[in-house]
Structure formats: structure tokens, C-alpha cells
Design a protein. Structure first.
Length: 480
């Protein structure tokens, strides 16, 4: 991570160091010590910067904390907190000689001994470590050889940095140009967290995103990246309760993102339809009601006929999860019907421009309602519209036949089909007429023939009579 120069321990620099007074040297001769400037700069550092380096260090991400701290030290070379985090980062990455110089400096600053005494005895033992490495002063003073990068360009360039060392180098370059504002720093942490997640370091990724949200929770980029991380960053052996909490937190972040307006050019960080699609995917197979609600909203916003049909089929496939005629079942059926209705108002499924496709949709609308026997009148209306489009009366005939008591209407429909199509309908018309004649004969014969015994026509009365007869028989037996 840290840029390193070849060091000769007996050479000194003519340039003043940002960490030492003007009389100090950029490298240490054997046994020499830095000339210490004990002025402590604790204030005037942005709160979000302190939150960032403290959070990274607490999460054990010492190297990343050091990179951020080093960036701020360019502006505030005597800030004790940033010095401490840089020293820890150097020490953890085995840059012992450089770390020792900072710890000497911190030791001399009033009120800071407790922060360093745990490591100081190790550092003192390493003061004579002469392994090749950059002197701290040279490291902080020398700008990167790379082209300076503005923070506005950082995100675009960071996406090309696929490894953590490359990304950290870009952070250093950006700090040389200017200090980041809260949103820039939070965005930097989000990209850093993404690289950790891609490398399988889930806890480090979570720490980066949590700190980013503390620094800035109103940035569209930070919210979208954090929500994406929560969805993808699955810990090992996660309990059901923990998974639900993680997904709920991601869902809440997506909800917050919906409330943020567009950028100045009118674009959004993530289009609203895409937000609902991601929220639906979040709950797929986990909480069906959320999954369906967000999927339906996605289809409503995107207004694509293909998506209307696709989402409707998904919702219909979930109908077996609820009992027929339950509230959830009926609500889902109405949402499906609404999607089919929207599809019919597109050119692709228009009854005017695509009658065959429209007929299919009307058939699907009937299928959707028929399984739970929802609104038979609406089903019949859809079947008539379907018949008008494709000319096929078969489904309507079956529907009317099952309803019963509509034999005359069925005959009229068959006669109309006979005139249009002939074929099988000729035979069906004959059969239906014959059936109706037989029904009329039975009715007439029944009306003209008086019943011998009204009790024969009434099963209830017959049952009562049998009971009375039996009771009389038992009474007669008792008298005997």
C-alpha cells in the first residue's frame, strides 16, 4: 500500500518535513531521533473524517485507516489522531521504522501517552531496524507519480481498480489533489467495502458500509451501494432471524433512496422501477407478500407489455400458496387481472391491432378468475370478448353449460356458430334441439299427470309418515 523509496540511513533531506520541525531530517541516522514538534492539532478536523478512520481502525482495517489518515495529514501534519492511525497502519504492514518515528512523536505530545504505550515498547526495540523502506517524511511529502485525480472523478476511476492495493493508491492520489467532502469520503468507503466483499472478506465489507452510512446517509450513491451490499454480503451460518434483519435493513435503504430526487440532469442513481425490481428479488422465496407487492409496482412503473404478462404469470404461479377464496388469494387475482388489463392497452396486445394476442389475454383473465370462481359475470364478459376476437365460442359454451338453466341461450350460440363455421356445430345444433324437445315432453307429461299420492312427491313428508307409522307400531306392541 505505502509508496516506498530506497533509503540510505546516513543521507538527509534539505526539505522540511510536514511531520517534523524545519531542523529535522527526512531519514534517521543510526541511533538518531527526530526533532519533535509537540504542538497537538486535535481540532479543526472534519468530524466525518475522524469517524471514518476511527471506524476503520476499530474494525481492524488498519491499512485503510492509514491511507485515509495520511491523506488528511497532508493538510494537518500534527493532528494526533491521524498520526496515531497512520502509525498503526504502518506497524501492521511491517513498516516498523516509519511507525517508530510517529510513535516517538506521539509519545512527546501531552496527554497521548496512554494511546501509544501498549505498542511503544515494541517500537523502541525496532528503532534500529534498517530494512529497506521509505522514510516517513519522504513518504508523506513526495506526491504520487500518478496523475492527480479530482474527487469528482474518483468514482469513475475507482470502478477500474479491481484490487485493494490499486484502489488505495487511487485514494492517495486523490488526497494529494484535495480533501474529500463527506459524500466523497463515504463513496470511497463504499467502493472499498465492495472490493472487500468481492474478495470474500464479509466483516470488513460490512464495517466499511456502516461507517459510510454514519458519515453520509443522504447520498443516493451511498444508499444504493449499501443496500446492494446488504443483499449480497451473506455471512456464513446466518440464522433466519439475522437474514430477515439484514434484508429488512436493505429494504429500508431502498425505501430511503426512493425519496431522493434526481440529479441536476434529471437522471436517478437507480431508476425507481429498478429499485422495486431489486426489492422484489430481495424477498423472493422469503416473504411472498413483499415479493409480489414490489414486483407488481415494478411492472406498473416500467409499463412494458411483456413485463405485464411476465409478472402476471409469476403472481399466478404463487396462487397455490394460499387457500382458494382467502383474502390473499383474491387480492392476488385482482392484481393479476389488472396487469392483463394494462397489457391489453398496449399495441402489442391491442384488440384492434393484435386481435389473436388479445384473445389469448382474455382467456388468461378467465383462467385467473375461474380457479377461485371469482366474479362469474366478469368471466362471462371476458369470454364473450374473447369469442368476438377469435370467433371460437367453445369456452363460452362450456361456461354456460356448467352454469345450468341456459339451454335456450346455448342453442342460439350454437346456431350462430353453425352459420359461421358449419362442421361440428351442425351436429351440436341437432343434438341441442333434440335435447330441448325431450325436456319439453317431460315437462308436459309431468304437468298433465296428477300425482297419485302427494307424499310420493315429497321425500320429507314420506320420512315423517314412516316415523309416525313406526311410532304407532311400537305403541301397539306396548299395549299387548
Amino acid at each position: 500500500m505505502f509508496s516506498r523509496l530506497s533509503i540510505n540511513s546516513h543521507d538527509s533531506s534539505d526539505q522540511p518535513s510536514p511531520l517534523t520541525s524545519s531542523s529535522s531530517f527526512s531519514s534517521l541516522p543510526e541511533g538518531a531521533h527526530l526533532s519533535i514538534d509537540t504542538a497537538v492539532e486535535q481540532s479543526d478536523a472534519p468530524d466525518y473524517a475522524i469517524l471514518c478512520v476511527d471506524g476503520l481502525s476499530s474494525a481492524g482495517l488498519f491499512e485503510d485507516a492509514a491511507v485515509i489518515a495520511q491523506g488528511y495529514l497532508n493538510e494537518k501534519p500534527n493532528h494526533a489522531l491521524f498520526l496515531k492511525h497512520l502509525a498503526i497502519g504502518l506497524f501492521e504492514t511491517e513498516h516498523y521504522s516509519e511507525a517508530s518515528q510517529i510513535y516517538q512523536r506521539l509519545e512527546a505530545m501531552p496527554g497521548l501517552a496512554n494511546d501509544t504505550e501498549k505498542r511503544l515498547w515494541i517500537i523502541e526495540a525496532l528503532l534500529n531496524d534498517h530494512r529497506p523502506g521509505a522514510s516517513l517524511d519522504e513518504y508523506l511529502r513526495t506526491p504520487s507519480s500518478e496523475e492527480s485525480t479530482d474527487w469528482e472523478e474518483f468514482r469513475g476511476r475507482a470502478n477500474w481498480m479491481k484490487t485493494l492495493p490499486d484502489l488505495r493508491a487511487l485514494v492517495q492520489v486523490s488526497f494529494h489533489n484535495s480533501l474529500p467532502d463527506p459524500e466523497d469520503l463515504a463513496s470511497c468507503l463504499c467502493i472499498l467495502g465492495t472490493r472487500y466483499r468481492e474478495g470474500g472478506t464479509h466483516e470488513a465489507a460490512s464495517a466499511c458500509f456502516e461507517i459510510a452510512l454514519k458519515i453520509n446517509h443522504t447520498s443516493a450513491f451511498v444508499l444504493s451501494m449499501s443496500a446492494t451490499n446488504l443483499a449480497a454480503n451473506v455471512p456464513l451460518n446466518e440464522t433466519d432471524e439475522a437474514r430477515f434483519a439484514r434484508l429488512q435493513k436493505a429494504d429500508d435503504l431502498w425505501e430511503q433512496l426512493l425519496e431522493i430526487g434526481p440529479y441536476t440532469d434529471g437522471s436517478f442513481e437507480v431508476p425507481h422501477a429498478e429499485i422495486y425490481r431489486r426489492r422484489a428479488e430481495l424477498w423472493k422465496g422469503i416473504k411472498i407478500s413483499y415479493y409480489e407487492k414490489y414486483l407488481f409496482k415494478y411492472a406498473e412503473i416500467i409499463k412494458s407489455p411483456a413485463e405485464f404478462i411476465s409478472v402476471a404469470k409469476v403472481l399466478r404461479s404463487n396462487q397455490n400458496t394460499d387457500g382458494i377464496n382467502t383474502i390473499a388469494y383474491k387480492e392476488r387475482a385482482e392484481r393479476v387481472d389488472r396487469l392483463y388489463y394494462e397489457a391489453l392497452h398496449s399495441l402489442e396486445y391491442s384488440p384492434t391491432y393484435a386481435p389473436q394476442k388479445a384473445a389469448l389475454v382474455y382467456g388468461w383473465r378467465v383462467d385467473n378468475l375461474a380457479y377461485g370462481d371469482i366474479d362469474p359475470e366478469r368471466q362471462e364478459r371476458f369470454l364473450r370478448q374473447k369469442m368476438e376476437l377469435d370467433g371460437n365460442p367453445d369456452r363460452l359454451l362450456n361456461f354456460m353449460g356448467k352454469a345450468g338453466g341456459r339451454d335456450r341461450e346455448i342453442l342460439q350460440l350454437l346456431e350462430s356458430a353453425e352459420q359461421k363455421f358449419g362442421g361440428k356445430y351442425v351436429t351440436l345444433v341437432k343434438d341441442q334441439r333434440k335435447y330441448l324437445k325431450n325436456i319439453e315432453k317431460i315437462k308436459k307429461s309431468s304437468a298433465n299427470k296428477p300425482p297419485d299420492d302427494t307424499l310420493k312427491q315429497d321425500p320429507v313428508q314420506r320420512s315423517i309418515k314412516r316415523t309416525r307409522v313406526a311410532a304407532g307400531w311400537h305403541a301397539w306392541k306396548a299395549q299387548k
